[in-house]
Design a protein around this ligand. Structure first.
Ligand code: ZN
Ligand code: ZN
Ligand code: ZN
Ligand code: ZN
Ligand code: ZN
Length: 248
């Protein structure tokens, strides 16, 4: 298999190679975090990365959740802070917007989120525009920055999480540097253990019923699945962490 090599206008001086990085990276297109396959500049000194979805973003696109057609911008043309209507994170690079006066914003990656996810136990999660029930993490139907935001929800509505809330959990740990410590799996493992399924679920103690324990562990599985959808397929590091977490 030959290397996939592309030129991209955002870094036209060098070729970019499709790689499976061993560490999380920050995409120089949308400025978001990534764990999965990405395009990296052939000169490693550049430290230039693009999510696959950002490198291959089409000039225009559409999404079943948006009635409007969406146009790609390498930077939002408006002044001021903008937020992604899917994940609630700020928009500071590549973005899709509709043509309305007060447009909706979407990260290229957010528009490519899988419509369904399935856990190994066969629990199916569906991507939805509106929350059918409270988010288990924040206990609300709205995210903190007044954006309703998309969610993943299980067929019974029992497990419902804002994409924004799951993203926040990861970003918090990223900012603390947990994912940065070259191969320090232990620190990252501890970081992932702090992913709290939420205030709507009681952490089981020794006396808890097996039902409460099951609820807790399924909630963690659900969060991990959403993390891998949000940040890319887990690479070696992340999948090791996830396995450790799920067995603990
Ligand atoms: Zn990106
Ligand atoms: Zn370069
Ligand atoms: Zn987004
Ligand atoms: Zn619109
Ligand atoms: Zn939430």
């Amino acid at each position: 298999m030959g290397l996939t090599k592309i030129k991209h206008p955002s870094h036209s001086q060098h070729y970019l190679l499709l790689k499976y990085p061993q560490e999380p990276y920050q995409c120089n297109g949308c400025m978001g975090l990534g764990f999965g396959p990405c395009y990296e500049c052939e000169h490693e000194d550049c430290c230039f990365y693009l999510h696959e979805e950002c490198a291959n973003a089409a000039p225009s696109t559409s999404h079943p959740f948006s009635k409007c057609s969406l146009k790609f911008h390498d930077k939002a043309p408006q002044e001021g802070e903008r937020y992604c209507d899917a994940c609630g994170e700020d928009v500071s690079g590549f973005v899709y917007q509709c043509k309305h006066k007060n447009p909706h914003d979407f990260h290229p990656r957010c528009l490519k989120l899988p419509r369904t996810l399935t856990t190994e136990d066969g629990l199916m999660l569906e991507l939805r525009k509106k929350l059918p029930s409270k988010c288990l993490h924040c206990g609300s139907k709205e995210t903190s920055n007044r954006i309703q935001g998309w969610c993943y929800v299980s067929s019974s509505d029992q497990y419902c999480y804002h994409i924004a809330c799951v993203k926040d959990m990861v970003m918090e740990n990223w900012r603390k540097g947990y994912f940065n410590e070259d191969g320090n799996v232990k620190a990252s493992h501890l970081a992932l253990q702090t992913f709290n399924p939420g205030r709507e679920i009681v952490q089981p103690s020794g006396k808890s019923s097996s039902k409460a324990k099951k609820l807790w562990s399924t909630a963690k599985t659900v969060i991990m699945l959403i993390i891998s959808a949000l940040f890319g397929d887990p690479t070696t590091l992340i999948s090791v962490l996830v396995q450790q977490l799920l067995s603990s």
